[in-house]
Design a protein around this ligand. Structure first.
Ligand code: ZN
Ligand code: CO
Length: 328
């Protein structure tokens, strides 16, 4: 693992719609590795690696945006009230920290509640940025913040904010570093706004008009105490998506990925995710339809400030995808 690259990817600021900082990090990493880099009108970064000819147009997408918060108002005492950008749960917020684009750090806490038998709601939470009123608050209405948590390595596990989906961005960049000559034209899309609308991948897929699209994202696991039963575990290999809440994978894409895993000799799992979806759900619906699938990196505590993946799963995902674009 290139921990320095993953450090830069996970720590860069990039809530949905405000991806310029993370886009610069990715652009810097991919520019020497591809034939062409462009930014589309909504902000997705597209890195193109031309094939030897006679192949397909294959789109590989990882989203570069992250979940976060947006300030809705500042109260009389200077506490920020906020709404969520993507799937932020109040349960994972209390005592946590958020950082805003201008560097301001805030602590999230909760109002006193008489009835603590129920979990708090988002409107009972506030962010303390050290202000005493609306006039001296260092951030204002409409500004966005993201969780502040470092990347740490614990054994072979990687723990950080925003592994969803910076670990997918890491996989695409790692592929580019190891890519052999292939016949297919490959379009590496680092999409915007996945966490709120999937709009970046949708519009990028329209422009690219691919023959096949594959999303690379994280998925939940069924291997924590009283987890929703699910046949995906951390450390047992990349998960090839069969179905999630937004799509059924195209059978040919699913089979291509299974065959690639077997040829590459990497462990793999089949994923049926009951809640949530990925860029693949949007990409399969552009134009006349695009055969789409998804390779997922198993991840515990998705959308919390401390997401966890296993480093071997990441390496195996890279190997699986390299084989998929070799054969494709
Ligand atoms: Zn994601
Ligand atoms: Co997500």
């Amino acid at each position: 693992m290139n921990l320095e690259l993953l450090q830069n990817l996970t720590q860069a600021f990039g809530p949905s719609g405000y991806e310029s900082e993370i886009r610069d990090v990715i652009r810097h990493a991919v520019t020497p590795l591809v034939d062409e880099v462009r930014v589309d009108p909504l902000g997705s970064l597209v890195a193109i690696k031309k094939g030897a000819g006679g192949g397909k147009r294959i789109l590989l997408a990882a989203h570069m945006d992250e979940i976060g918060v947006m300030v809705t108002h500042v109260d009389k005492q200077g506490y920020l009230r906020f709404t969520r950008m993507g799937g932020v749960s109040p349960l994972t917020c209390i005592g946590g920290r958020v950082r805003f684009a201008n560097g301001t750090l805030g602590v999230i806490y909760v109002e006193h509640r008489e009835d603590r038998s129920k979990p708090p709601t988002l409107d009972q939470l506030f962010i303390d940025v050290g202000a005493t009123g609306p006039d001296d608050a260092p951030v204002g209405v409409g500004e966005t913040g993201v969780f502040a948590r470092p990347l740490e390595l614990q054994g072979d596990r990687l723990i950080s904010k925003t592994l969803d989906d910076r670990i997918g961005c890491y996989v695409l960049i790692s592929m580019l570093k190891e890519l052999p000559p292939v016949k297919h034209d490959l379009f590496f899309v680092f999409s915007v706004q996945e966490e709120i609308t999937l709009s970046g991948a949708r519009t990028a897929a329209y422009t690219i008009d691919p023959d096949m699209a594959i999303a690379i994202d994280v998925t939940s696991t069924g291997d924590t105490p009283k987890a929703l039963p699910m046949a995906v575990s951390l450390g047992k290999g990349p998960a090839i998506k069969v179905k999630d809440a937004g799509m059924v994978s195209h059978p040919e894409v699913r089979q291509l990925l299974i065959t690639a895993a077997q040829k590459a000799g990497v462990p793999y799992q089949m994923e049926i995710l009951q809640g949530g979806s990925t860029d693949a759900a949007a990409m399969q619906l552009v134009r006349a339809g695009v055969p789409s699938g998804c390779v997922s990196i198993p991840c515990r505590y998705v959308h919390s400030p401390s997401e966890m993946v296993a480093a071997p799963d990441v390496e195996h995902t890279v190997q699986l995808l390299l084989e998929a674009v070799r054969s494709g």
